[in-house]
Ligand binder design. Structure first.
Ligand code: MG
Length: 271
């Protein structure tokens, strides 16, 4: 069942989401050549815990870190490591989930370390475009397949592929709830969306083949052909007239890179 959240529940999710964005900013702010992925993870964990929240990925099915950091051909679920230093031209995906008072927020972006190659730059911008377009479909009366199809069409029309094996998801009092949200599929199919449903939309695009492999660490998902991949995610509330983006704000500190997402900013009540 896909649950519809009350205003009180949305407020808690908005607070969790605000901390997600703060943690993403903390990681973004130290991102430069030479930094380790473990250092990014430390910044995320510190930021989340200092705000009285819990990093939702830490310990999730045994995941050993507060954040997933996925570099270049790593699509999602990369494990931060002291041995992995970032280099100029790498692209790094940072994914953060936060629990606040039993409610969750989840968001991710991918960005270059220093300057990206033009082809990588185009892939990054297309990934963000697909997320923005998908968010516009989070309206009451639409079908879930309208979101999936928008992502697939946005990617494939530019010559990219979408991941088949991993999906977006409902979110709320669980990190992962119904429904599963594939990044592909026909429009006009699937459950009808209702205002107050909360969805983590997360396009994953690659320049090459869509097939992926999970590494021996049982987490890191890589493209099978080694081509680079990107991942963007927002936690979104389905709206009657317009969607609300709960994790809004990470575009602001990457203003040179990505423009503000569609969707009115959600106002967090004092908690
Ligand atoms: Mg997610």
């Amino acid at each position: 069942m896909i649950t519809v959240k009350s205003r009180a529940e949305l407020d808690k999710m908005a607070k969790a989401s605000e901390v997600v964005v703060a943690a993403l900013k903390a990681a973004h702010d130290i991102l430069e050549p030479g930094v380790t992925t473990a250092a990014l993870n430390r910044e995320v964990r510190k930021t989340v815990e200092s705000r009285g929240c819990r990093p939702a990925f830490l310990g999730y099915r045994g995941f050993p870190a507060a954040t997933c950091v996925s570099v270049n051909e790593e699509v999602v679920h990369g494990i931060p490591s002291e041995r992995r230093s970032l280099a100029e031209g790498d692209i790094v995906g940072i994914d953060v989930g936060v629990e606040y008072n039993g409610y969750f927020g989840d968001a991710a972006f991918t960005m270059p370390v220093g300057d990206a190659e033009p082809e990588t730059d185009a892939l990054l911008k297309r990934g963000k475009f697909c997320l923005d377009e998908a968010i516009k479909k989070a309206l009451e009366g639409n079908r879930l397949g309208d979101i999936s199809n928008t992502i697939q069409t946005g990617a494939e029309s530019a010559g990219y592929n979408v991941v088949r094996d991993f999906v977006g998801h409902g979110i709320g009092s669980n990190l992962h709830e119904e429904p599963q949200i594939p990044n592909f599929g026909p429009a006009g199919k699937g459950p009808r969306l209702k205002a107050g449903m909360t969805l983590a939309l997360e396009p994953m695009l690659m320049t090459g083949d869509w097939r992926v492999t999970v590494l021996g660490d049982n987490w890191t998902v890589v493209t099978r052909d080694g081509a680079p991949a990107v991942h963007f995610e927002h936690t979104v509330v389905v709206g009657k007239n317009e969607p609300e983006v709960l994790t809004i704000g990470w575009e602001e500190f990457m203003a040179l890179y990505f423009e503000q997402t569609v969707g009115a900013p959600y106002t967090v009540e004092a908690v």
